[in-house]
Design a protein around this ligand. Sequence first.
Ligand code: AKG
Length: 252
Amino acid sequence: MTATERTLFEANGFLTIRNALTSAELETVRAAADRAEKTWENDPNRKGARGETLHQVQAPIEYDPALLNLLWHPSTFPHVRAILGPDVMMIDNDYFITPPRTPRTHADWHHDVGMPGVHHALSTMMVKVFFLLSDVDERSGGTAMIAGSHKFPDDWKFSIVADPKTMPAAVQMTGKAGDAYLFNGRVFHCAVNNESEQPRRVLIYNYGHFWMKMWSGYEPSARLLSAACASNDPVQKQLLGIGDAYGQRLPD
Ligand SMILES: O=C(O)CCC(=O)C(=O)O
């Protein structure tokens, strides 16, 4: 991370990476995401949410190597590793498709992580990376955040709003397909309602520390675990949770 990126991330709790994917990569990832969506749609037993505000293809890394490889993509993962440290591990991953003209938000204002009663202003427990697969403007149902809210005290009284978009001082994350953004899981955030005619498509990769538990339902399959072991790549193995519960570290 550059000094500017690090300072922006510390100050705001989020950071945008423009053109995280090249146009060739974006094409490959979009094709893989389309295939995953079709497979998921055609099999109601596949995990995820099938609601009017969100189609959630749970654990896209299980569907295609192009979606797995984004977990350690060189434009985003080094930032995550720099922020979380050498004991980084994957916590969950999703492909979110927000349908056009949703009647309400699929995710009202919340923190992803926190420790009630203990204020860890200097601890970063989770970092979430979003890759945009579609252009996202203010009307597309994107993520909104309160800058710096990862350092607010636990008892901070955020405004209560009926429409997430009207939260005072919220910053709307917008960008072009191929851009990415990452944020501290303690940042107060939401998805605003999609008021546009286009679906919003994002791939989400969430990371924490090796001693944390992955979200239930996101534990990698035996197939992915054995491929990671066979690769003998310390990053792949550790991100998928292979290693010692305590003391697990990526080499420098
Ligand atoms: O869809 C979004 O932009 C927000 C999703 C969200 O709130 C989350 O992943 O915690």
